[in-house]
Design a protein around this ligand. Structure first.
Ligand code: 2AM
Ligand code: CA
Ligand code: CA
Ligand code: CA
Length: 266
């Protein structure tokens, strides 16, 4: 039998320890590198944080596998067994430019089923934490189930990219949603946008391209609270590839799918 309570205790302790290391790095000079493009940044702290988690996990749980953004984990082509899906710093551009609005994101899955979700907003010291079947907490505060809402009363997480010319979606689909929503926000960290749905600060989050480590923890939090997580076509998310992601309070998800996303028929 898997001792989830023990895994949870270790995971939380490691996330807090990594957070201290990241905060301490603010006084040092960052090494900033680019990946796929000039705006796709990675730092030595992203890499060091991922390596920190891998060392801890492999020491304690040698049979667990790890999928990490920076590539120090395992090559996965299935989700068999226990898999940690890790983004050491989600919101690297914010980390580099703002020293805030970034998070550590860890989703722990067993045979593809989400068991533990951790999102740690390092600078605000807010640890969002879900254990499947046992609720979602922000630090010590248990979060209530998500209530239904509607577009006219909703704050929607949406990057302006998706309402300008882009190669993934016709901007005329989402422009009316921006107009009809109470407001839109863009925090620049998918994990924080999703944690904010869990805590009720945002009602939905829509984006056309995320990697598994961007949403692996967030969907566990949101689904545990009765929220809905799909692609923009309304299909289940796939943890082994990039996805469009639409996460939302209930009711609102159905309204946006039907009235703005034509039930995925675009
Ligand atoms: P990152 O900071 O870990 O790279 C920014 O809008 C959000 O999108 C962040 O969560 C960011 O994660 C993520 N992101 C940035 N570049 C991406 C890419 N090429 N594919 C998928 N997600 C990306
Ligand atoms: Ca990145
Ligand atoms: Ca990320
Ligand atoms: Ca990252």
């Amino acid at each position: 039998m898997t001792n989830w309570s023990e895994i949870d205790t270790y995971a939380k302790a490691w996330v807090k320890e990594a957070g201290v290391n990241i905060r301490n790095s603010f006084s040092k000079t960052l090494t900033i590198m680019t990946k796929s493009s000039a705006n796709d940044l990675v730092t030595d702290i992203d890499q060091g944080t991922e390596q920190f988690f891998i060392k801890k996990i492999k020491e304690k749980y040698p049979d667990h596998r790890i999928l990490g953004e920076e590539g120090f984990g395992d090559q996965l082509n299935n989700l068999d067994g226990i898999v940690w899906i890790i983004d050491p710093i989600d919101g690297t551009m914010n980390f580099v430019h703002q020293q805030r609005n970034f998070a550590i994101s860890i989703g722990i899955y067993e045979n593809g089923e989400g068991k533990i979700g951790l999102i740690y907003d390092v600078v605000h010291d807010e640890l969002y934490h879900a254990i499947k079947g046992h609720g979602v907490f922000m630090n010590e505060l248990e979060l209530p189930p998500l209530k239904e809402t509607e577009v006219s009363k909703a704050v929607i997480g949406l990057n302006a990219t998706w309402v300008t010319e882009n190669k993934r979606i016709d901007p005329s689909l989402l422009a009316p949603l921006v107009k009809n929503a109470r407001g839109t926000r863009s925090y620049g960290s998918a994990a924080i946008e999703m944690a904010y749905i869990a805590s009720g600060r945002v009602d939905a989050y829509i984006t056309l391209r995320l990697a598994p480590w961007d949403f692996a923890a967030g969907v566990i939090l949101i689904e545990e609270l009765g929220g809905i997580a799909t692609t923009l076509k309304g299909e289940p998310l796939n943890l082994l590839e990039n996805n469009s992601v639409f996460v939302s309070k209930p009711g609102l998800h159905q309204e946006i799918m039907k009235e703005y996303l034509k039930d995925g028929n675009w």
